[in-house]
Design a protein around this ligand. Sequence first.
Ligand code: SF4
Ligand code: SF4
Length: 163
Amino acid sequence: MTATPPADPRFAANAIPCDGCTLCCFNEQVILRPEAGDVLDDFDWEYIASDLYPGQRVPALKRDPATGHCVYLTETGCSIHERAPAICRRYHCARTFKALGRMSRCRRDILWAMGNVLDRAQVERGRDRLQRARELGIDHLIDTDAQVRAFERIADAHKSGRR
Ligand code: SF4
Ligand code: SF4
């Protein structure tokens, strides 16, 4: 299989095939980011509290009360793939795994101990997808600087008790 690098490096993770996986769509918090171009009126959404944004209520896609998953997830995958929120287009488990590998053991342990930041199944999937990206020769496309900074901010805030 060949993968075509996307033109926009911000979405480089899109070049890494998910091969039918929809695991991250099971996420309980698909946060919308107007500053990244999300138009709230385009989605079925609600305000939620999120540990990723301590002390704030942030807009997020609604969840199906029957499954707990994003309301746009169907048996065949995302029903709004072409206009999915920025976080869905940006997120890739391979990035998460790669970013964790750049962090100190101490901060990684804090994130794991928090219990609601890292999803073990997605991290394991990220290990597999990063390996796949390496096989395809495109692992260099997965930028991690912003993800590492975000993880470090969360870990440090938790450690200092500011949250
Ligand atoms: S968990 Fe990883 S492989 Fe699965 S859908 Fe999400 S990004 Fe793709
Ligand atoms: S909008 Fe689509 S890609 Fe995003 S979580 Fe929902 S089903 Fe998954």
